[in-house]
Design a protein. Sequence first.
Length: 634
Amino acid sequence: MNYATEYARSLADPVGFWQEQAALVDWYRAPRQILSQDTNGNDAWYADGQLNSAYLALDYHIQQGRGAQLALIYDSPVTRTIRRYTYTELRDQVALFAGALVNQGVGKGDRVIIYMPMIPEAVIAMLACARIGAVHSVVFGGFAAPELASRIDDATPKLIVAASCGIEFATVIPYKPLLDKALSLARHQVDGCIILQRDEAPATMASRDIDWLDAVKAAQPHDCVSVNANDPLYILYTSGTTGKPKGVVRDNGGHAVALRYSMRAVYGVEAGDVFWAASDVGWVVGHSYIVYAPLFAGCTTILFEGKPVRTPDAGTFWRVIEEHRVKVFFTAPTGFRAIRKEDPDSLLLRQYDISSLQALFVAGERTDPPTYEWLRQTLQVPVIDHWWQTETGWPVASNLRGFEDRPTRAGSASFPVPGFAVQILDEDHTPLAASKEGDVVIRLPLPPGCMTTVWGDHQRFRDAYLVQHPGCYHTGDGGYMDADGYLYIMGRTDDVINVAGHRLSTGEMEEIVAAHPAVAECAVVGIEDRDKGQLPVGLLLLKDGVDIPFEQLEAELVAMVRKAIGAFANFKRAVVVRRLPKTRSGKILRQIIRKIADDKPFTAPATIDDPLILDEIREVFLQQQIGLVAEDKV
Ligand code: COA
Ligand code: AMP
């Protein structure tokens, strides 16, 4: 089957197409209703199907005779550890921890927050939740206490599973104080916390805390429970336009079918292959392509606790590929920009045999053409930029390895994936001609695997995604399709920015910055950055009579954002302006500010740490008559 036929069929007959894909999954009760509407009036896939996602990830493969095959390799240069788990070993640990959760009173539909770094216990906890029908919500370990608290209040978990610390390069980051602080900030109180003690920074335990080892010691293995296809598997919070993160809800049935399909059609891998996604379990890439999809497909997945550089050097990715014979590798372009900076001539790469590698996939942010070319020439394998989001859960556009070879093009995510009816619309909902840039939308119904609602707030789901272009899902990305059908994603059209592959809300940063007593108003804008793609810069309007040295003000703002969101927000710079563009009613015109920043790419290559770039930002905003005040007059 070629791509064009498969794609056309997926759109012409979605029910038939996804019925066939569903038949490849081992359901407890196979669905007869393929596509229907849920109580919210939303499209729902496989409504009467019954299954268990942890069974499909583990037990199913053991029944198929793969029990002795490696399911997961934990490779942690930061702790100098490599640990391997067969399918049987991983299933046994998951079943035992599922028993531990049940002992703590967790049952079907209860939420469990997981706040852990890249360690096997994070995967075990996720799959243990799935095994008993509990809904996990993994919170990225880089989030500060207030972010964790807002997720606790929104998801109202029965239990939290956390580790005592994470490790960033050589720095040990204790998690327990952050967890305790979050619990003191949250209105919702949990029944207990299971804490995995790590040697690098054991935590002081409180009365509500249970040691992971004690919890497991007291447990009996628990079997998989049958859940409905539309029951939630997980909630994953993502940044939107406002400060309040959106709880993206993923169901069990559509997710299992779509991810399984993607492994074959998009990534071209099958059972027994080694698949590595270097991301974090706290992000959607981690959920879909470190944990669920490789295991649904019977692959060996790699859980890497390290960074592309300095753990111990810029050759670490190549070492992992050689050591574990990785066939397909997926990561964010920002990591390669870091590697290229430290090892521009790929001297370290030459020390390793990466001949097992057949393809590299990149996503999470736009791949700039120089990085793409460097990768292509350096690795000599197909380099595939593919595009998707937390909401879709799996790739919307890609060059598909499961079909005939087609050339890739720098800057393009290639073609829509079967199931996704991608269109480019203008603001009046009219489809645009080839190469004209507009809103990238997906005509409904979305295929299986995509978000079904915002946790506890279905109206927000409708408002955020379904009203802008009737009959379509609004992705929030802008882009165009060329005459040959290649899709180019050019960036967000809303107040979301992408910093080192991390999605952040400028609106949220504005709320934090505006809370400083010296700041009257502010706008945070994403400025292009050579290394991290984009970096946030605060445009500040100060209150009259404020008397504070600029350096002190900036340092205080930086500290506030680090404390409220986390260091990974990379809020490091601010400039003072005389006024901000506003509507007559006094609303800040963020769109105009964004457009100024987008239309005038600042001297590349540059980073925001370069004093010249700040001068340039000032100059640009001055030319646009937003007005700036010299900092020495603050
Ligand atoms: N826990 C705690 N702190 C974290 C963290 C985590 N999980 N992740 C990042 N941080 C901190 C960093 O330690 C750093 O702190 P500092 O300001 O005190 O030095 C800060 O956040 C900024 O981090 P980052 O922007 O990630 O820069 P870096 O120099 O630490 O690392 C890269 C650069 C490129 C190695 C890193 O950004 C990276 O690997 N990005 C890929 C992200 C990704 O996988 N995205 C998923 C899409 S596929
Ligand atoms: P997240 O939900 O964190 O995965 O971030 C999704 C957003 O990242 C998308 O809406 C895009 O703005 C951006 N993104 C992801 N992949 C790509 C890509 N291949 N090219 C351009 N932007 C991308």
